[in-house]
Design a protein around this ligand. Sequence first.
Ligand SMILES: [Zn+2]
Length: 275
Amino acid sequence: MPNNNPMTSRTGSEMAERSTSGDLQLPTPIGMEAKLMKECRHPDLLPVTMQCRDCGAEFKFEPFRMAPRWRPEVCPECADKRIEADWAAQNEGIEAAHLARWEAICPPLYQETDPGLLNQAKLKEVLAWEYGPKGLLLVGQTATGKTRTAWMLLKKLIQSGLYVEAFDCMGFSHKCSRMFGDFVGAEWIERLVGVDVVYLDDLGKGKLTERVEAEMFGLIERRCAQKRPIIATLNMTGQTMQSKLTTDRGEPLVRRLREFCSQVVFKEPLDASRA
Ligand SMILES: [Zn+2]
């Protein structure tokens, strides 16, 4: 089929004409033609000897055809080092931002935790949790270091770039009431369903209102369905927790959490004078 498109049916002589006018790129020379062109370069394109601004060493530089006047400041080795230093500086900024986020949500008392004073076996077990759909439940009585250990894990997660929302039981209750009072409760829960990690501290401590309990249950269910984890500390055994929650929801809430999370049980109390 003949090509009638005026844009693509040029003859060879027409192409050459356009080439000399500079509108079209010349074909890349090969063989002897390329060798000759290389040897007859414009003076701007001849290799030059440069002195590196960083290390002072001399290095050869072959100017680029596309930018014949451009010269590098540093030798290739120092250029690599500069790139690495830029990356390090950027990472430092990101790390500082992550640490600031942890400090913004972690209560000051727990920020001051000396990890060396925690139960090392439990700390290791908790820090070994890997981000995934199955959450983590830290169960035990008060003063066993559950919450302090949980905040160490949250710090690690935040530093790895994950977004964490954290609540203690009363904090969740108050925020829940406020959000629903302002008619933005549904949006708030929706947002919590979507964040990387939700941390609930001292779950079951203090009686929740029916409304708050229902919302918390809904949040756990929805996150479970979305395969996003919850990390929680349970400040009592399952039985005492169930008795504090309303009978129709408390039991399923605990059952769901146990299904949904791995468990680490804290038994030995921390030495209060040390931790
Ligand atoms: Zn150098």
